[in-house]
Design a binder for this molecule. Structure first.
Ligand SMILES: [Zn+2]
Length: 84
């Protein structure tokens, strides 16, 4: 198929469990409604999983503590992890 935006060739690509078509020129993504639902579900699952980390016990606060413990950088959304 060709890109509805710029008319370039679109190539198949897998995003998570969804099969999508990506434009080789403008990098636009074309996906079916069902696949969009799958991506949203995966996104929600991803955030639900993130909640597990928030239930970890807090570090003990000690007198010599000068700064909060560093937190690991993390993508804001599951979708972000799919585009590398
Ligand atoms: Zn395009």
């Amino acid at each position: 198929m060709t890109c509805p935006k710029c008319g370039s060739t679109m190539e198949p690509r897998t995003l998570g469990h969804a099969e999508v078509a990506r434009c080789t020129s403008c990098h636009g993504i074309f996906l079916e409604r069902a696949d969009l639902g799958n991506l949203i579900e995966a996104e929600n699952d991803w955030h639900a999983g993130a909640g597990i980390h928030h239930t970890e016990p807090l570090p003990r606060i000690t007198a010599d503590m000068t700064a909060p413990p560093p937190s690991k950088p993390r993508a804001k959304a599951y979708i972000e992890t799919l585009f590398g």
